[in-house]
Every structure is written in C-alpha cells, then in structure tokens.
Design a protein around this ligand. Structure first.
Ligand code: ADP
Ligand code: MG
Length: 707
C-alpha cells in the first residue's frame, strides 16, 4: 500500500471527554487558583498536555497560558492538535513558539513553546508579566532548560517583592511529570500539593532476545534487528499497531526503507497469522520531520491496515499515539553527553536506562494488554543499562545556561537552587569557556560582549565568531554559516550505493565550484548558490541537498540578521578595522569563536587537539578536506563525532599565527611560556608544551596506528 494514504479522521476530537483528566477538570482549576505551585502527575496519555491548558484558559485572569516542552516537535504537534480541538486556526488562540519559528499572534492565549524559548522570555521579562499560568511540562525528562526554569521560578515566586513587581495578579506555576519523582519536585517547590490523575494501564509482557549483547553498539546491527522483529510481529501477531523505538533520523529512515522493501514481498494469503491484517503502513517520527507528515502518525490506519511507527524517544512520553499494542525496543537512545575523553559535548548513541525501558514498554498497555519485544539480552539489561537516566544538567555543557543566569543577575551560579546540583567542575568549566570567549571578565561579571552574545540562540563559540564578523563589517559571510549550522544536515546521502556515489560526486563538484578550501565556505557557497537560483528546489534535488533544511536556513539567517540589526542599532556596537583578503578575514573571524576547537596534524591523517585533552582525531569523510590531510597543518572544526575513532566535522584550515594569541586563554597556566612563541613555524617542543605527558604518549601511539 502507498506510503502517503490519506483518510478521514473526524470524530476523534470529541474523545477529550473520555480522557482520564476530564473528571478532574474543576478540581484542577481550583487547585491552580489556590496555589502558587502545583505538581500534576498522571500516566502518559491521560490528557495533561492537551487538556489542562484548555481548562485553565477558562478560569484565567487575562494573561496567557504558557506550556513548555523540552522538544520542539512536541510543542508544534500538540499546539496543532489543541487548535483543532478548539476549532481555531493555529497561531491565533492557540499557537507555538520554538527556536527560529514563532507561530503566535496578538490573539494567542494558549502558547506551547520549548523550555528554551521561555528561558529567553524570562531574560526580557523576569516576572513573565504576560502570563497568568506557566506550565512546565515533561519535568521528568529533566532537560537542562526545564531544570533551570524550575530554579528561577522558585526563586522569583519565593520572593514576594520580586514576584509581584510589574504584575497585577500573581503568576501560577504548574509542573507536570509523567513519572513518580513528584515528591522530590514538591519538596523542591516548598512542599506544594501534588495532584495525581488516576488512570489504569493494562499489563504488558516483555520479551528479551539474544540479538544485542553488551558489545553490539554498531547502528547497522540494531537497525537490522528492529526491522526483523517488527516484521515478525507484523506477520505473527494479531491486529494492533506497532511502535518501534530507534535512535535518530538517519537510523529511522534506514529502518523505514528496509521495512518498505521487505513488506513488499509479504504474501498476505499465506504469511500473516491474523487474516484481518492486509497491509502495513510504515511511518517515521523524529524531530525535524515536516509537520504534515507528523500529523499522519496520530491518525488511525484504514481498516485492515496495521500501522508501524518508527520513532525516536519522543514517542516515549511527549507524544501519545493511540492504538499501539506492540513495542519493539532497540535499547538505545541518542543523547547529548559531555565526553570527558575529548572535553566536549557530543551527541552519542547510548543504552537507555531501565526506567526508560519500562516507560517505552508501557506505551503498549494504554487501552488493552500489550507486548514489548526487546532486541537486547538480559545480560545487556544487567550490564549496560543504568537504573535511571542522568539529568541533562549533570551531563552536558552549562555554558549557554550560565551566561543566561548571569544576565538575569544570578551572580552566584554555584549556589543557585538546582533540583539536582551539577558537579562544580562543570560549572567552573562553563565559566572558563565564557571567559575564553570574552562573555565574562576575570571577576565573573558579564561583559558588554556577553550581553550581546546572550541575545543569540546559538552556541557561544559561533555567536562569538558572528559578533567578530559583525564588528569587522563582514557579517554577510558568517550569518549564512551560522544559519546552516543551526538546521539539520543539508547534505543528502542516499542509502543506495550507486546513488551515494553520485551524491558524493555532486557534493565534491559543489566544493570545487565554491573554490572552497574548507567546509565553512562550502556551507556559505551552497547557501548563496541556492538563494540565487531561479528554481531553488530543483537545484537542491539536482545537487543532493535537503531543500527543506535549506529553506529553514534561509529563514534562520533572516532572524539572526534581525537580532544583529537590533543590537547594532540600540547599543554602541564594537567596531574594528581589518586589512586583508576576504578568505583570511572569514577564517580569522571563525578563529575568534572556534579557537577552543583547534587541532594540529601530527602524523599522516591524524590530528591532535590543542585544548589540553590532546585527543587524536581524524577528519570526517564528509568533509571537503578529507583525503587532503597531507596538505594541512592547523585546523579548526565545528564539532566531533565519536565512533570507534574521533572525527572532526566542518573543518577549516587556519594559520597558527591567527590563534597563537588566543590559545594561551585555553591554558592560563601556560600563558607565560607561550608568550615567547612568536614565529609562524612552531617546533615540536613548543607544541609538546600544550600537551601533558599522557597525551604525548597517546600521540605516539596514534602515529603508529596511522603509519
Ligand atoms: P499526556 O500529556 O497526559 O501524556 P496528552 O494530552 O498528550 O496526554 O494526550 C491525550 C490524548 O490526546 C491521547 O489520547 C493522544 O493520543 C491524543 N493526542 C495528542 N496529540 C494528538 C495529535 N496531534 N493528534 C491526535 N491525537 C492526539
Ligand atoms: Mg504530555
């Protein structure tokens, strides 16, 4: 059957009265009235996210109802759903705001948004005077921004002076959580009441398999296995939809391709146990998917067709899909972690926690008994899966958040009320990074530059480079690059080997045409070429570029430009002069922000980072500089990918000269010695000074490997 079948779905909108939360409407309205803080908990799918804001809208005092979500897809999808339920067009009474996409108007009363967006609003208006109620949803996810919002709102509301300043009626805060950590939340919020929405769930039987053991972390292995298991379920189990948990967009697309292919050859007369099942509808679900495709996920399949949704962790609690009876759990999740080996945050595929696995399984038991098929072994469960997921605040870089706190006047970021305190060394690391990019001074006070930086929803290094470019009058070079780095990957690499070759060839050609000597200019060139094209979507198709991603990059660029223009108009914007060629100017601006990501080639294709970790890294095969390593010496890079090797991605060659004055900032202790390095050519002894004995040793081993 076709992938894009449309069917009638009217009718399910009235279901809201059947949701467990409905019977508690009045009690909840009253509880919010009576308390500054309220914790609400209930099974996923009980109606918290979609219904509570609608109930509170009826009893509000003028202000808006704001609901935060840790994930942008959730904010968008739920807003769409609620606007349908309320019979209004999206962006009017009900709207959403996520980074770089504001779909609200003057009329918007119920506003879904990411937690990052609310944090930005607090920067501009600390008492959130436009809101009567703020709902922090999915608090159990423990996202960095939600945790910070909890601390900030606790601080604001517990100081009556602060809380009432600029407000006519007091702000109400509701914290919603799908799991049981509610006592901890209540204690944190001064012993506020906890409202539990009773609901029933049905038993789910879970089965382990032997396919994935403690050593199988290659994506090709678990993708193949989930596909096999999903097809087994389809052919041997009774009717009911399937939900497959995988790790990310590319894995999901691969799995869907394999499923389409294999499902084609099913003979429904002989192969399928339940004769009522006559087809399989395969639907992907991940963060950056087009919204019209996302809508299909929620629609019941046509009669006789089994739906199989292949999703990221978003389907674990944020979004509830009705009709799911079978779960296929890969046991993995893609997570941003601070990697102490390389000293940076990296998106990694890691085993899920046991509590997460239970949550995933639970999705099969909402309306009747269900089954969960785990593709991993009991040994994997015992040895590889932690009990609980570590909150993001304890495992990722705090740089952007600490700058926001400082700009909000929270000077003592160590004693800020954190729900779970991050390790002090992470806070110190963030302060060091902020100092390195001139956002704070030696006393920890926000600088003028820091005040400008906090306005951009970008990583601090990139913002620093952009501001440098702006102060030199060449923002046109950096704005498109910043935009391109803020959207999903724009280069398409098809699964089919022939097509893959062709795509690689096209991308190489684009690089040559760009006269491009690095990946940043490549991004700039693709941006400009497509923008100048008469038929941009056809141009993209022809060159294996994601048109949708590029379209969002255009919009992001405009928005970043607007922020910059506003800042340039309002304040005494720093200006400098530069005499040199454009390519050098561009790369020097990048150095200002990316000098923390510097590497130098040691031997063969191996580079060594200069940030004190001295990691041995390789240029990623997707780079325009791949296979040209022999001609390179010093490079900067945008990010790292860690597999069995550490790869650097989005790479640009630079001259040591351009970073030599900046590098001492990475090693304050070494400042004195380094000030004596004045030549462009650096001797190996000088480089060795950057490295500890340990990393020097590793370098020798790395060299041996490369030879
Ligand atoms: P909770 O927040 O308690 O987990 P929700 O409010 O998200 O619950 O979901 C309540 C019901 O609304 C669920 O049955 C879910 O399937 C349905 N629902 C939510 N979003 C959509 C959507 N976009 N389309 C169709 N149904 C939806
Ligand atoms: Mg919810």
């Amino acid at each position: 059957m076709s992938k894009r079948t449309k069917w009638d779905t009217k009718g399910d909108l009235d279901e809201s009265k059947n949701l467990p939360i409905y019977q508690h409407k009045a009690t909840l309205q009253q509880a919010v009235k009576d308390n500054s803080f309220l914790v609400v908990t209930g099974e996923t799918g009980s109606g918290k996210t979609t219904q509570l804001p609608q109930y509170l809208k009826l009893t509000r005092n003028n202000g808006k109802i704001g609901i935060t979500q840790p994930r942008r897809v959730a904010a968008i999808t739920v807003a769409q759903r609620v606007s349908q339920e309320m019979h209004c067009s999206l962006g009017r009474e009900v709207g959403y705001q996520v980074r770089f996409d504001d779909c609200t108007t003057q009329d918007t009363v119920v506003k879904y948004m990411t937690d990052g967006c609310l944090l930005r609003e607090i920067l501009a208006d600390p008492v959130l005077s436009q809101y009567s109620v703020v709902i922090l949803d999915e608090a159990h996810e423990r996202s960095l921004n939600t945790d910070i919002l909890l601390g900030l709102l606790k601080q604001t509301l517990s100081s009556p002076d602060k809380a009432s300043k600029g407000r006519s009626v007091p702000l109400k805060v509701v914290v919603m959580s799908a799991t049981l950590e509610t006592d901890k939340l209540s204690v944190f919020l001064g012993g506020c009441p906890v409202f539990t929405i009773p609901g029933r769930t049905f038993p789910v039987t879970s089965k382990f398999s032997c396919a994935i053991g403690p050593k199988d972390t290659e994506s090709s292995v678990y993708i193949k296995e989930v596909v096999k298991v999903a097809l087994d379920v389809h052919t041997s189990e009774m009717a009911g939809d399937i939900l497959v948990f995988l790790t990310g967009q590319s894995e999901i697309e691969k799995a869907c391709d394999m499923l389409y292919e294999k499902a084609e050859s099913i003979d429904y007369r002989y192969d399928v146990q339940d004769h009522k099942v006559e087809g399989l509808l395969i639907l992907p679900l991940y963060g950056s998917m087009p919204t019209d495709q996302q809508k299909q996920i929620f629609q019941p399949p046509p009669p006789g067709i089994r739906k199989c949704v292949v999703a990221t962790n978003i389907a674990a609690t944020s979004l509830t899909i009705n009709g799911i009876k079978y779960i296929v759990d890969s046991g993995f999740v893609k997570q941003l972690n601070h990697n102490s080996r390389v000293g940076m945050d990296i998106l990694e595929v890691v085993p899920i926690s046991k509590s997460e696995a239970l949550q995933r399984a639970g999705r099969a038991g909402r309306t009747s008994a269900g089954k969960c098929f785990r593709i991993y072994s009991p040994a994997f469960w015992e040895k590889c899966m932690p009990e609980y997921t570590v909150p993001e605040i304890q495992r990722t870089s705090l740089t952007a958040v600490i700058l926001t706190l400082k700009c909000l006047g929270v000077h003592d970021v160590i004693r800020f009320p954190y729900l779970d305190r991050p390790e002090e060394r992470f806070i110190l690391e963030a302060l060091k990074q902020l100092y390195q990019c001139d956002a704070i001074d030696r006393r920890g006070k926000v600088t003028r530059l820091g005040e400008l930086m906090v306005e951009f929803p970008l990583p601090p290094g990139l913002t620093r480079a952009l501001l440098q470019a702006a102060s030199l009058g060449c923002e046109d070079l950096l704005l498109p690059v910043a935009a391109m780095l803020s959207v999903e990957n724009i280069f398409i690499r098809p699964g089919h080997p022939e097509k893959q070759k062709e795509a690689d060839k096209k991308h190489r050609q684009l690089g040559v045409q760009a006269g491009s000597c690095n990946d940043f200019t490549m991004l700039l060139s693709v941006f400009e070429k497509c923008k100048a094209s008469d038929a941009p979507s056809a141009w993209c198709k022809d060159n294996y570029i994601h048109w949708r991603a590029l379209k969002s990059a255009f919009s992001v660029e405009t928005q970043l430009r607007e922020i910059l223009l506003r800042l340039q108009k309002k304040r005494d914007f720093p200006m400098e002069k530069f005499d040199g060629n454009k390519s050098e100017l561009f790369r020097r601006c990048l150095c200002t922000g990316y000098f923390t990501n510097v590497a130098r080639r040691s031997v063969g294709k191996v580079f060594c980072t200069m940030d004190g970790h001295g990691s041995m890294v390789h240029i990623h095969p997707s780079s325009t500089l791949f296979d040209q390593e022999a001609q390179l010496d010093w490079v900067i890079f945008h990010d790292l990918l860690v597999t069995s090797r550490i790869y650097i991605r989005t790479v640009c060659p630079i001259r040591y000269d351009w970073v030599k004055d900046l590098l001492p900032k990475l090693h304050e202790v070494d400042v004195y010695e380094l000030s004596s390095v004045a030549r462009e050519e650096v001797t190996d002894e000088e480089v060795a000074k950057w490295m500890t004995k340990e990393t020097a040793k590793r370098q020798t081993e790395g060299s041996a490997e490369a030879v």
